[in-house]
Design a protein around this ligand. Sequence first.
Ligand SMILES: Cc1ncsc1CCOP(=O)(O)O
Ligand SMILES: C=C1C=NC(C)=NC1=N
Ligand SMILES: [Mg+2]
Length: 222
Amino acid sequence: MTRIASDTMREQLKVYFIMGSVNCAKPPAEVLAEAIAGGITLFQFREKGSGALVGEQKYELAKQLQHICREHGIPFIVNDDVELALALDADGVHIGQEDEDARIVRAKIGDKILGVSAHNLEEARAAMDAGADYIGVGPIYPTKSKEDAKKAQGPEIIRLLRRHGIAIPLVAIGGVTADNAGEVIAAGADGVSVISAIASASSPETAARQLVRAVQSSKKGA
Ligand SMILES: Cc1ncsc1CCOP(=O)(O)O
Ligand SMILES: C=C1C=NC(C)=NC1=N
Ligand SMILES: [Mg+2]
């Protein structure tokens, strides 16, 4: 297997749904199936925060959600837990600045997708040097879904990174909705990553569809 091509990565980042059991108003499997029906392009299993599952229960939920992704050809990414990603033969991992060093993770996962969180130019450059396939930049807008989120920076941070030659596939995250997704894409993001806009929607399918439309129309306009 070889590393994912950056154009393919950019396509997959368009509407990148992230969730765990604590984010869902309905059973996670149901929410994911609806989100996929609504057109999400990538999924990340992120079982984190107060009330999150651990051990066997976390493993079983991950397996169940990975199965749904496989049925629909949606790549399955695991947040933080590299061992879990390897145990499941997931399609990739996402790590933050406080997780294991990206070079060590790259050595462990081979050619699987490696996503790294970046909040500024220095972290973005370091992620690229370490062999990340994409960076997650945010929070762009205020968010309630990450207990230790840093201050929201607005779309300007995306423009700044692009202006300084950060050309790597880039997904924007943090308080993204169908209403503000367009300005995030216009600022230079390849896609948007969301938790609550889909996970806590009464219809995750409709929420996903609206995000897909917002991203597509902004790219056309670009
Ligand atoms: C995981 C993460 N990283 C930066 S903000 C955030 C939470 C995004 O959740 P929401 O889309 O509900 O704001
Ligand atoms: C913190 C994060 C930032 N970006 C992405 C894509 N996922 C995360 N878990
Ligand atoms: Mg992390």
